[in-house]
Write a protein that binds this ligand. Sequence first.
Ligand code: F6P
Length: 376
Amino acid sequence: MGKCIGVLTAGGDSPGLNAAIRAIGKSALTAFDLQVIGFRDGFRGLMENRTVHLEGEILSGILTLGGTILGTSRDKPHKMPVGSKVQDMTEVMLDNYHRHNLEALICIGGGGTQKNAHRLAQAGMNVVTLPKTIDNDVAMTDITFGFDTALSIATDAIDRLHSTAHSHHRIIVVEIMGHNTGWLGLGAGLAGGADVILIPEIAYDVHQVAEAIRRRRHRGKNFSIVAVSEGALAQEDAKELAELKEKKLEAKDEKKQKKIAAALEAFQAKHASNTLRLSAQLELLTGLESRVTILGHLQRGGTPTAADRILATRLGSACVAAIDAGQYGCMVAVKGESTELVDLAQVVGKRKVVPLDHPWIKAALETGTCLGNQAV
Ligand code: F6P
């Protein structure tokens, strides 16, 4: 029997995960004579040694499937809820890694997974990662798989919302995922022709948004589509958050750190309903009726697009080739038409945000889209 590699999917699921698992399994078996074991439910399955052999039938017919056949979880190796306690289970995972005599472990995930994989690499495992998330916010890669599918779903939703907004002469505020970055909101807003696009990278002034909608009405357009990223903040809220983050950095003793962590949590809880508040404010300021559509997890489900299938397949096979070449401690990143291996230390602790000089922002502004802040 040949050498064996492990694979797990962690963090939020995303279209293309099964395409990547399939590519890993097929190229490992076909091109490199490697066996593949999948761990169930992310790092938890590695800790609990719940495995499945990835070969034959199990790899068939999954290219087009959404979700992940392995299951996923947001559990972290060093902070794993076990019984009534939260424990560091890294050593247990290391034991299981050795029990299967693994050559390497492939961790597929977003920013959090890259961090956790890096921890396992530091603990002594040979780790290679793949970047996936609908948010497209993993550092050091041009793109993540899952993003293209979510972008299509969100764009389709905006297209559909247009006709109902138009018929009822309403504002429709559509909330788009993306965590704390605006790739998905900006991309879908642009592709769907939203009249206003609000993203976390540009703190907005609600009065400027209302003014843009009023101007449209004067031009005879008595409906508007507002595409808002879930992490977008009004200017005053962005200021409050920046101050809290500053205080967190400065806090020296544990008591202060806990107090600020609680304040940050309270801030997030309070702002979970930002989109509803924005809609109510716009109704008041413009006199137009406003409705909210929260796209939520719809954006993560279903069949991956052709682009995501191709990307996940390319990355999956490239990562097996990297393992075969003995290259570990890295993420397989996308660079243009090619892939490259990036040291995990360069990926962790960073987030790829939308740069203010990005061509999508320029195009949005030049086509008269309101981004909520004239200063941009
Ligand atoms: O990271 C992907 C993502 O869908 C984000 O866009 C969103 O903020 C988050 O996950 C939602 O997480 P959960 O599925 O745990 O609610």
